[in-house]
Design a protein around this ligand. Structure first.
Ligand SMILES: [Zn+2]
Length: 168
């Protein structure tokens, strides 16, 4: 390790190095959302930033909903993932402004939602395509699906109900 790679020192028993930030990002990419277990916190854009502050690893999180009951579970999972990887005292910051936007969901996240049978949020207006058969002949069953951030839809063509991850 070159001295120039040092970012912080004297924490969790070793010196931090330039590998720690990409390493932390890949750890976060393995922490799944409690409500939609096929997408990670990075896929959803919940992890906003990872940096060093005062020699500690700091992860900035913006929950999808400020009142989302999954927020505490997300923080626990993030802390656990970092601690298991040897980051002894991670600092988690919850950032509420700007508010989370469904536009922050990555392309990979959208594809994973679709593969799971959840229609990803669409920013343009118009019908929500069925995740099973791609038909646009769909209807809203309920604005409130299994969780607050989803609505329940039904496809008139294949008759299958599906969740739509709401655009906010
Ligand atoms: Zn369909």
């Amino acid at each position: 390790m070159h001295a120039g790679e040092l970012i912080a020192s004297d924490w969790c028993g070793r010196r931090a190095n330039a590998e720690d930030l990409p390493n932390a990002w890949s750890l976060m990419a393995q922490v799944m959302d409690p409500e939609v277990p096929v997408v990670s916190l990075v896929d959803l854009g919940i992890v906003r930033d990872i940096l060093f502050q005062d020699g500690r690893l700091k992860v900035v999180l913006t929950p999808t909903y400020s009142g989302c009951p999954a927020t505490e579970m997300i923080k626990q999972r993030v802390r656990q993932a970092l601690e298991c990887a040897g980051y002894a005292t991670p600092y988690l910051e919850q950032r509420l402004a700007p508010a989370w936007s469904s536009q922050w969901i990555t392309d990979l996240g959208r594809q994973r939602l679709l593969d799971y049978g959840i229609a990803p949020p669409q920013e343009k207006s118009g019908p929500v395509p069925c995740p099973q058969c791609a038909s646009l002949d769909t209807e809203t069953v309920s604005e409130f699906g299994s969780t607050a951030c989803k609505a329940l839809y039904r496809c008139r063509r294949c008759k299958e109900p599906f969740d739509y991850f709401k655009c906010i």
